[in-house]
Design a protein around this ligand. Structure first.
Ligand SMILES: [Fe+2]
Ligand SMILES: [Fe+2]
Length: 278
């Protein structure tokens, strides 16, 4: 796999370590032991994710004219994302999505939330289409306004060309205070992309989970409250409820896609058409 990360999960693993409930608070902002690959990944992400880049990628992909396939086909397609992970310990993409869904199901959450778990990382197909790692995964953040110092490896923003655009570097930048996240151009990646794929089909709390699950600066660090309106705040309770299933469902046993498919196929058919535009 090309790029500084050995595989896309290396970013997920880093986030998981950062928010490990057993992590000592004094270690919390100490990233000195981060592997060079992960650091380099963030350097690229923070340097290259500009407002113009986010707008351009949205234009390129969110017309959903690239291809179409069923949700299950998309899960299997994502699984062709072969990487160097250890096959004995690491989960495949389909397993991570299923495991997230299964953990949500076990806790008795509604079907639409189970389905959100099942599809939450499907946007990573961007990587299969040749997008670089830094434009597929990574903590997301608003572009077009000042970068919160709550964003991990904040120092790497110094080389982002948007720091030279004074209109982008005030607290609110080009946005209105409490104008709502929907007005905000987020950094580009699998979250924003798959939100656009699913937005006609899933209930709103599920869409917030898809769109903002990597927005750690907000849902974990409380940053950017001044961009949110009351509705965003209400919906972010769902994003926060979802996050532990994404982060901490990994240690349980591996789900079996063949056994689980009939159950999830029913859920998929309830909400999505047989072919979904990607
Ligand atoms: Fe994700
Ligand atoms: Fe995930």
């Amino acid at each position: 796999m090309q790029g500084p990360l050995e595989n896309l999960e290396q970013w997920d693993d880093f986030v998981q370590q950062r928010y490990d409930p057993n992590r000592k608070t004094e270690d919390f902002r100490d990233y000195r032991n981060t592997t060079p690959g992960v650091r380099e990944f963030y350097r690229l992400n923070h340097t290259l994710q500009t407002y113009d880049f986010a707008v351009a990628k949205k234009k390129q992909y969110c017309g959903l004219s690239k291809t179409s396939m069923s949700i299950w086909e998309a899960l299997e397609y994502l699984n062709t994302l072969v990487d160097d992970s250890d096959p004995d310990t690491d989960l495949s993409q389909i397993e991570h999505n299923l495991q997230t869904a299964e953990a949500i199901r076990r806790d008795g959450h509604p079907e639409w939330m189970q389905l959100a778990g099942l599809v939450h990382d499907l946007g990573k197909v961007l990587w299969l289409w040749g997008e670089p790692q830094w434009a597929v995964v990574g903590d997301t953040f608003p572009t077009g306004c000042a970068y919160s110092d709550k964003i991990v490896f904040h120092e790497f923003f110094a080389d982002n060309p948007d720091t030279k655009r004074p209109d982008f570097q005030t607290k609110l930048g080009i946005y209105e205070e409490h104008g709502g996240l929907n007005q905000v151009e987020m950094s580009w990646g699998h979250d924003e992309y798959f939100y656009h794929v699913a937005k006609e089909y899933l209930p709103e709390p599920a869409l917030y989970m898809l769109r903002y699950h990597s927005f750690y600066p907000a849902h974990r660090e409380g940053a950017y409250d001044y961009l949110m309106n009351d509705h965003d705040r209400e919906m972010f309770q769902w994003v926060k409820t979802f996050n532990p299933y994404d982060l901490y469902s990994k240690s349980a046993s591996k789900p079996n896609p063949v056994e689980l498919r009939p159950y999830y196929q029913k859920l998929i058919d309830k909400y999505f058409p047989s072919q979904v535009a990607l």
